[in-house]
Design a protein around this ligand. Structure first.
Ligand SMILES: Cc1cc2nc3c(=O)[nH]c(=O)nc-3n(C[C@H](O)[C@H](O)[C@H](O)COP(=O)(O)OP(=O)(O)OC[C@H]3O[C@@H](n4cnc5c(N)ncnc54)[C@H](O)[C@@H]3O)c2cc1C
Length: 494
């Protein structure tokens, strides 16, 4: 069995149903959707046959209904910064551009919620929410272009995960267009806690566009933080830095962010210092881990923040932690995580970025096995000839040590062998994560690269249950095909 093909008749049917101004078949439009930010060489880009850019839920539903009737693949598109090929239309069909649905529907100040169309960017939503003294503390580096819809379906890492969590902790309600073109409300309106029915809104989190297209979402907001202090501290081992975070958390302080970087990643953050002063900063030889932390408050005065920060530094000292003196290093880290205006990588490794692409595998490793994971990273990257950028450990559940790790390398996109080596590296690191009792995916997801082998490796018998869920939402397998489930499971030819 094969997917349906876009024909002039189907294009006309779509135009008649939703208007010709949101249906595009010119090559110039389609070319913009043939790849995302994932490492891939030129032979591995995929042109969609058609692009649609609806503005309303009803238009979105009609498009999917028609696609389903003709068995045409539909790939939801957000900001295209995904790093695993999630939004690449690998079987052609319709590239479903969601950014036309970018309206704020309601900011409810009393209940501290925002209801928006899902194609709005995190940045634009916060621009609106801040007018009311509120904001969504979901802060991936790519926030300028990442949409609410893709942030939900990728459940991406946020700079403030250790305090506020990530999308699964903010989302109360979502409206989805299923693979049959039905409009389904999933969630609890504006309530955070509910035990009624199943938590379908949370099922959408991490679904990577395979269950349907999210067109509307309601999220919880928090007050804008007015004061903040940021520090970096070096430690003699990764474990020492992990223990310091644990003790800060359990002392009663409310850390806003806590990211551990390995020694290799130091150069990433010392870049601006070297540029400015023409020399290496005064970081001790023994430093194996670099911890970045912040404290923030909605108070105008820095009293709470300063107390928290001073107390935290004392706890770090008990774990042999030494604050970094050079302010450029701390600023570099903070700019890369938070203040960055999305000019990809401008502030980091600008020289190497011209030549190679940032690629990563995103594993979740239990806290006690972090050193083993790091050793495996160095060896595996070397085995597949991947230039190491370094390891960054985020913590992404509120008040928990919950490593979501980026094992990052530079990939030469112009060298197909190096790109193939990257894919093998992703597979082997995923196997390692599972052997270490962790998970193969945290912020990038299964996407295109892991799909061929992820069922067997990560899920075993639970994979069949997941496939049954997929079929309830998308019986004909047209929603983002080739992601999470190989298309042969639906009986389509590869
Ligand atoms: C410079 C840079 C910095 C980054 N920083 C971070 C970071 O700090 N933290 C982090 O976690 N990630 C980061 N990433 C990775 C990336 O930004 C995230 O994975 C992000 O969630 C992708 O969002 P996007 O809008 O670009 O989605 P896309 O790449 O367009 O799509 C991602 C997935 O979401 C699906 N999708 C999109 N919209 C919808 C919708 N409305 N309904 C259903 N499915 C949908 C797509 O089909 C695809 O499967 C970074 C990437 C870059 C290039």
């Amino acid at each position: 069995m094969k997917f349906g093909k876009i024909t002039p008749e189907i294009i006309q049917e779509l135009k008649d149903a939703v208007g010709k101004d949101i249906v595009f078949d010119e090559k110039i439009h389609r070319m913009a959707y043939s790849r995302d930010w994932s490492p891939r060489d030129d032979s591995n880009t995929h042109l969609p046959d058609l692009v649609v850019r609806p503005r309303t839920t009803e238009q979105a539903a009609k498009i999917v209904e028609i696609a389903n009737k003709h068995r045409i693949p539909v790939t939801p598109i957000g900001g295209l910064t995904g790093m695993g090929g999630g939004a690449v239309p690998i079987y052609g069909g319709i590239a479903f551009e969601t950014k036309g649905m970018n309206k704020v529907i309601e900011i409810d100040v009393a209940n501290m919620t925002a209801t928006v169309q899902a194609g709005i960017t995190l940045w634009d939503l916060n621009h609106e929410a801040k007018k009311h003294g509120l904001y969504l503390p979901q802060e991936p580096e790519s926030k300028k272009v990442v949409t609410i819809g893709s942030s939900i379906t990728c459940n991406n890492d946020s700079a403030f995960g250790i305090r506020h969590g990530r999308m699964i902790d903010h989302l109360t309600n979502a409206v989805i267009i299923t693979g049959e073109g039905k409009i389904v409300r999933a969630g609890r309106r504006k309530a955070m806690c509910s035990n009624s029915g199943y938590q379908l809104n949370w099922l959408l989190v991490g679904s990577e566009g395979t269950l349907g297209i999210i067109v509307e979402a309601t999220v919880k907001l928090i007050p804008v933080q007015k004061t903040r202090m940021v520090d970096m501290i070096v430690f003699p081992s990764l474990t020492d830095s992990m223990n310091a975070i644990r003790d800060i958390m359990h002392s009663g302080l409310a850390l806003e962010s806590a990211h551990i970087n390995c020694k290799k990643r130091l150069s990433f953050y010392t870049h601006s210092y070297r540029k400015k002063h023409g020399k290496e900063p005064d970081i001790p030889e023994w430093a194996e881990a670099l911890l970045g932390i912040s404290f923030a408050s909605m108070e105008e005065t820095d009293k709470v923040v300063k107390f928290s920060r001073d107390y935290a530094l004392k706890i770090c000292a008990k774990h042999k932690g030494l604050p970094v003196k050079e302010v450029e290093i701390t600023d570099g880290w903070w700019a890369s995580k938070y203040t960055v205006i999305f000019t990809p990588f401008k502030q980091k490794w600008p020289d190497s970025q011209r030549e190679k692409k940032f690629g990563a595998v995103d594993c979740g490793i239990p806290i006690g096995r972090i050193e083993e994971a790091y050793d495996a990273f160095l060896k595996t990257a070397d085995k597949y000839n991947q230039q190491i950028l370094g390891m960054c450990v985020y913590h992404e559940r509120p008040n928990r040590l919950s490593p979501s790790i980026s094992f990052a390398v530079f990939v030469d996109d112009k060298d197909p062998e190096n790109v193939q080596g990257f894919y093998k590296y992703v597979r082997e690191m995923s196997e390692t994560a599972i052997k270490l009792e962790g998970t193969s995916a945290t912020y990038i997801g299964d996407s295109e690269f892991k799909t061929p082998w992820i069922g067997e490796l990560e899920h075993q018998e639970a994979y069949d249950y997941m496939f049954n869920i997929k079929k309830v939402f998308d019986p004909n397998g047209i929603m983002n095909p080739g992601k999470k489930f190989p298309i042969k499971m639906f009986g389509y030819d590869e």
